[in-house]
Design a protein around this ligand. Structure first.
Ligand code: GLN
Length: 201
């Protein structure tokens, strides 16, 4: 990848991919919109945005992303899902729909916070981020019910439930860092992508 700007794509079929692109650009990352499976060849990492997971998965299948994305992620492409993106990446869901991509060893409940508080904010301590807490913006957010052995919870709600998880080069957050002006989680993902490009010693 020498000589080329770090490139992190945003899956741009539904949801708030624009906000992710803007955050990445603030960090000096080239952030194209990924609309077709072949465009996965041109990125060093991928963000699956928040939105409506049933719609995103439907379009993933219509555009033929399921096999291409699974293959790329198995081959080591770093990927980060926010909110609906976390649902898309899960191994299984409490809901019957959608059929997730089974990328990460987590079981997830959609809309886990009931109607009254289906949107809320909470300060989070996130492993790997220094100093101040990170303001988590939760909008009809999912929660992780089960995380496999290889999955590390890097942030939890006050009640202990994990809302940010990592597994190798995969990251999933139940909240929306792209809707704040705090770019530290984008910075964390950027460093995961940089790490993946480093040649082995
Ligand atoms: N509740 C949405 C879903 O199930 C996710 C909401 C979001 O991405 N903010 O897909």
């Amino acid at each position: 990848m020498a000589g080329r700007t770090l490139t992190i794509g945003a899956l741009a079929i539904q949801g708030d991919f624009l906000e992710h692109r803007l955050a990445l650009e603030r960090l000096g990352v080239h952030a194209p919109e990924v609309r077709l499976p072949a465009e996965l060849d041109d990125v060093d990492g991928l963000i699956i945005p928040g939105g409506e997971s049933t719609t995103i998965v439907q379009l993933i299948d219509i555009y033929g992303f399921r096999a291409a994305l699974t293959e790329k992620v198995r081959a080591g492409l770093p990927v980060w899902g926010t909110c609906a993106g976390m649902i898309v990446m899960a191994d299984s869901l409490t809901d019957r729909r959608p059929e997730p991509l089974h990328l990460m060893d987590i079981d997830v409940s959609r809309n886990a916070f009931g109607r009254q508080i289906d949107s809320f904010e909470e300060d989070l301590e996130i492993d790997g981020l220094d100093e101040a807490p990170f303001r988590g913006v939760f909008i009809r957010a999912p929660v992780v019910n089960r995380a496999g052995e290889l999955v590390k919870a890097i942030a939890r709600l006050r009640d202990g439930r994990p809302v940010a998880v990592r597994q190798g080069r995969m990251l999933a957050t139940a909240f929306h860092p792209e809707l704040t002006d705090d770019d530290r989680v984008h910075g964390l993902f950027k460093s995961m992508v940089e790490e993946s490009l480093r040649p082995l010693p």
